[in-house]
Write a protein of this length. Structure first.
Length: 332
């Protein structure tokens, strides 16, 4: 996951000599280059073109309706009052670069959180076009909430693209079908929202639940901007792949961090004035996600999803979302 590693520098060929040994040398160089190319290709496939997605959906009994929010009006997030700054774009010549690290990542500045951000969201409907307008309107708000945090950590700020689709589509991360969950593809720094899945398969009607899903995928985009995605991909490659026991644990740590980041986003929006009619359903939806609804243990239990989204929401501090240093029991 994350941007691909830079290409290997070209190997200078040996000087031509007037003996037969040069043939052997050239053959060995060719074999070496081929091996480097193959290793690089496999590593790039893991670090750049594997999607992060929320595949563990709640059951219908765990989705929420507007009537459930009335009894939880006391839920209030942690507030960060720093004024948000304008989003900057990433220039290839800029010296600011992502940092490929996990638990010791420089993003983990104490007392640093997502800043309070107001956001005018359009009227929500579940059709594809309306969902797209909703996400496109939310995107600059999420960037405004996270830009100061990234800038303080001297990390690049790059607005991800958002594609909303109601049909199957192709991405550098592979084919995505309309009845699969949303995903973030680090190779293109793009969030793909699968509109019909949430409307038809999960039958979600609360706009807040869609905002919660979008906040989770944006959490993966933060991992992409910062370089965490790249480090995760490298670690998964070293573990033998994401389907190994170690690889699955790494994946859970990545997904739960994105969930915690999503909670931070919701805190910033709530304290910026976004209605609890959005915030509470978003929290409830995130709390109801988990591997109990899946055949693969790659997103963590419902209990741990609840714990991490609440930690992000109530504390709104980046160091509180460092799943990479958490105990194994907290990411199972």
């Amino acid at each position: 996951m994350g941007p691909p590693p830079p290409p290997m520098p070209p190997v200078r060929p040996p000087r031509r000599k007037s003996n037969a040994g040069v043939i052997v040398t050239l053959v060995l160089v060719g074999v070496t280059l081929f091996g480097i190319t193959m290793i690089g290709a496999v590593a790039a496939a893991i670090t750049s073109d594997q999607a992060s997605d929320y595949g563990s959906s709640p059951t219908s009994s765990q989705t929420t309706t507007s009537s459930e929010t009335s009894s939880t009006s006391s839920e209030t997030s942690s507030s960060k009052t720093t004024t948000s700054s304008a989003t900057s774009s990433y220039d290839a010549e800029d010296q600011i670069r992502p940092v490929a690290r996990l638990g010791d990542h420089p993003i983990n500045i104490p007392n640093n959180g997502a800043v309070n951000t107001s956001c005018q969201l359009p009227t929500f409907r579940t059709d594809v076009a309306s969902q797209d307008r909703f996400y496109q309107a939310a995107l600059p708000c999420l960037m405004a909430a996270w830009t100061p945090l990234l800038e303080e950590a001297d990390l690049p700020v790059r607005t991800p693209k958002v594609v909303t689709s109601g049909s199957d589509f192709e991405t550098p991360c592979g084919t995505r079908k309309w009845n699969q969950t949303a995903m973030y593809c680090p190779g293109t720094h793009t969030i793909y929202m699968t509109a019909r899945y949430y409307a038809e398969e999960e039958q979600l009607v609360e706009p807040g639940a869609y905002l919660g899903q979008f906040a989770h995928e944006f959490g993966h985009a933060v991992q992409g901007m910062s370089g965490i995605s790249t480090a995760f991909g490298d670690a998964a490659y070293d573990a033998g792949g994401r389907d190994t026991p170690t690889g699955l644990e790494l994946t859970r740590r990545s997904e739960l961090q994105a969930t915690c980041f999503g909670g931070m986003t919701l805190a910033a929006l709530q304290n910026g004035g976004v209605s609890n009619d959005y915030i509470f359903p978003a929290l409830y939806d995130s709390r109801g996600r988990g591997d109990e609804h899946s055949n693969v243990r790659d997103h963590g239990t419902t209990k741990n999803n609840t714990a991490w989204v609440d930690q992000g929401f109530y504390k709104n501090e980046i160091t509180q979302c460092n799943t990479w240093l958490a105990a194994a029991s907290d990411v199972n």
